[in-house]
Write a protein that binds this ligand. Sequence first.
Ligand code: NAD
Length: 458
Amino acid sequence: MTDRYASFVQSGAGRALVKRLGLPDPPRLRRYAVGDPLLPGPVLLGAASGSRLAVQVGRMLLDAGVELRDTPASSTPDPATGRLPGNGALVYDATGITDSTGLRQLYDFFHPQARSVLPSGRVIVLGTPPAECGPAREATAQRALEGLTRSIGKEFGRGVTAQLVYVTPDGDAGTATSLEATLRFLLSGRSAYVSGQVVRVGTGPAAVPADWDRPLAGQVVLVTGAARGIGAAVARVLARDGAQVVALDVPAAGDALAAVANEIGGTAVQLDLTGADAPTRLADHLADRHGRVDVVVHNAGITRDRTLGRMDADRWDAVLDVNLSSQERINDVLLERGLIPEGGRLVAVSSIAGIAGNRGQTNYATSKAGVIGLVDALAPALAGRGISVNAVAPGFIETRLTARIPLVIREAGRRMNSLAQGGLPVDVAETIGWLAWPASAAVSGNVVRVCGQSLLGA
Ligand code: NAD
């Protein structure tokens, strides 16, 4: 499960060889630890003329303790290092661009700064959702922002990531809070393996946390498939962020599950999600112990790979039932019984296989595309109850599952993304964590890929 090539490349001898032979050069990613500053350097904040978010965003960044620049750094090299002063992030408010000719402002801002972003720095572009733009020309220009952002993600290298955040023009107080939560996530090391993504911030009952280092304080969170892999990482990250975690897995994984639950001071529920009475038993447990569940993380999932012509019906049925149908049954019962309160969040785990399809995984890809369908359908349906619904779609994550892939295919999977490496379970967990924060309640209907900007399904 270790990426030996990445370790080698980061050594002295490795660096020299990689340069000489032009080999893939996976950078060491900046990952979050409690108490870390948001960024490795200042933010250069720019705005197209007539933009509506820059002042508000500047205030948020200052409150978050970030050093802010509003003019490009001086072009005089630092006498100590001989280098131009670097930026931890470039944040550009493009909401004022209402016509394709106005896109030139993007070039004017980013071109001189292309080499100024520090390793593992960030690029964030803010825009208006095209569907919420009045004139066709404005919608066209705003849609164009995706091409710039995704290309920067592929160009800048050295662990720099780039994202586009569309913010509704008809916002409420929740919009501002969720924009702040989104910026804090995207700028920090929590989003190390997220790049080339488009996030939409709408409206909703988002709540500002008392402490941004414990954004889930007081929240009851259910995590399915929590005994190992990504689910165990989710349980740990959510507990670190202050949540009371209910960790669920099959009885056969009882020991591992108990170990995770004990480690984080959570509780363990041994339950096979596909059992006919599983939704009721789970709902009873949550009602008796906690009276509610603020966040449900549907992480449990299985693969039973075969090409379609060789796949028996049992493999098809098992994968669809665990990965999709059981989620629907559980959501239905928890919602019917009113156990998910106003402001609650549902976060499901999809996969890039659900976006791009995958040879030998018709069953898995169908189930994971279904998860995206579930987000699309449930997010608007539950908006009236103030419940957000989102999914993450992991790419190549270093787990037992991916360790079993034959070497050559495994290497291809690892390197075929903008960061030239696989992600870690913690990267998926941090992304789920952000979507689970009460402060993120106005982020709904999103599918966020945690794939290092994988070329698959791009
Ligand atoms: P994993 O096999 O290590 O863990 C899955 C957990 O779910 C296990 O502990 C398992 O016991 C549990 N589970 C399975 N069936 C269950 C059931 N019927 N009831 C209760 N629990 C059940 O897998 P992982 O790699 O950690 O994957 C977690 C999720 O992420 C899955 O949904 C998977 O499809 C998705 N995913 C993983 C990757 C990757 O690269 N590892 C990529 C994309 C998506």
